[in-house]
Write a protein of this length. Structure first.
Ligand SMILES: NC(=O)c1ccc[n+]([C@@H]2O[C@H](COP(=O)([O-])OP(=O)(O)OC[C@H]3O[C@@H](n4cnc5c(N)ncnc54)[C@H](O)[C@@H]3O)[C@@H](O)[C@H]2O)c1
Length: 354
């Protein structure tokens, strides 16, 4: 007996996500999913997909035709960003489950339309915010929850590189730009890492190295009502990179340069800090700038290994459990709408002309 009842996928968009990412991830799900159809405006791409992943796959150049295919249970919407909302709603209306690539929408209005459709077809829509399952992000959240770093007051998130990029993701008219591209992932992380409603947002977008007209460098600062600051930067124009994560608490800090290791320095949780009062008078001569008490620092570097053992591709297993076993999917439409709402606020607040 087969251990799983495979969910039959119709893929829309045989590109970098649809050809080079999703099938590789699906292979890891050990039979939970199978591609039974694919659709692309270029038939050669469908031919190549079928040749590589399933020779009996049905091939379409018309999305509407693929939606009529009774074999397709779930449509994976992996076409360019401007079509995500419309294609997802169409697939829901055709009675399919839908896996919607990020960005789920380019405007808040669109996101709200998608939300309305998801309410009409409950349990059918799944948002591909796959970086929610990034091991390093999850490990850091576990360390924050453990309390060893104390009260977290600031987090820096970086995704930096330098690329003279020239594809549609650099063109405004095609829905490109770093904010639509990497933005949904890191804004989603930011909103969760804030652990509080957003009080203030500041943003700046720039085009640096990419050759299109859309931004390839962005800086966003979120301040939470809890006083925590998230400082995020995504750049295709930064020739020297910074650590991907830096987390600062009032008893210690951690850094991950590369998402493989976590370097931590924190005061031993056993140490109770003395109740020291600040003194107005001038310190005695020859005392220097020393700490008034000895701090028992713990310094260590550990591999990234969240206790959940999660990986970005686990989003597929979560989707399988939701569809076949009625388990709640961990990413909600309201969270997706919040990401689009802040993406729009960041864009408008930056003054970057689009
Ligand atoms: N979640 C992630 O980690 C992740 C990673 C990469 C890309 N993405 C998202 O996936 C989407 C696609 O990105 P990409 O880099 O794969 O783009 P791409 O250009 O490589 O692929 C898009 C494909 O869609 C096809 N296409 C275009 N219009 C179509 C239509 N109307 N009907 C059918 N096919 C059509 C194109 O021919 C192309 O093959 C983007 O929105 C991007 O944000 C997500």
């Amino acid at each position: 007996m087969k251990p799983f009842n495979p969910i039959k996928i119709g893929l829309a968009g045989v590109g970098r996500a649809g050809y080079s990412m999703q099938p590789i991830e699906v292979e890891k799900t050990e039979g939970r999913f199978e591609f039974v159809a694919c659709c692309d405006t270029e038939m050669e791409r469908c031919d190549k997909f079928a040749e590589k992943f399933n020779k009996s796959c049905n091939k379409y150049t018309s999305y509407d035709e693929m939606l009529k295919d009774p074999e397709v249970e779930l449509v994976s919407v992996a076409v360019r960003s401007p079509e995500h909302t419309e294609y997802s709603i169409k697939a829901l209306q055709a009675g399919k489950y839908v896996f919607c690539e990020k960005p789920i929408a380019l405007t808040l209005d669109e996101a709200l339309k998608l939300k309305a459709a998801s309410k009409k077809y409950p349990g059918k829509l799944f948002l591909r915010h796959n970086r929610r399952f990034e091991p390093c992000y999850n490990h850091i959240r576990e360390i924050m929850d453990s309390g060893i770093l104390g009260n977290i007051f600031q987090i820096r998130l970086r995704r930096n590189s330098y690329q003279r990029r020239d594809d549609w993701q650099t063109l405004i008219e095609c829905g490109g730009g770093m904010l639509n591209n990497w933005g949904p992932h890191i804004i989603d992380h930011s909103l969760h890492l804030l652990e509080s409603p957003v009080k203030k947002v500041w943003s700046r977008l720039r085009r640096v190295a990419a050759v299109g007209d859309a931004e390839d460098h962005l800086t966003v600062i979120f301040e939470g009502e809890n006083g925590r600051l998230i400082d995020m930067e995504i750049s295709g124009g930064a020739a020297i990179t910074e650590p991907i994560y830096q987390v600062y608490g009032d008893r210690g800090a951690l850094v991950s340069q590369d998402e493989k290791e976590l370097k931590m320095r924190y005061i031993d949780p056993e140490q109770k800090l003395q109740d020291i009062k600040a003194k107005k008078e001038s310190p005695p001569l020859d005392t220097g700038f020393r700490n008034p008490e000895k701090l028992d620092w713990i310094e260590k570097t550990i591999p990234v290994e969240p206790s959940s053992k999660c990986e970005t591709w686990h989003i597929w297993n979560h989707m399988y459990d939701a569809i076949r076993n009625g388990v709640t999917f961990p990413i909600t439409i309201d969270e997706g709408v919040e990401v689009v709402k802040y993406t729009e606020m960041v864009r408008k607040g930056s003054g970057f002309e689009r």
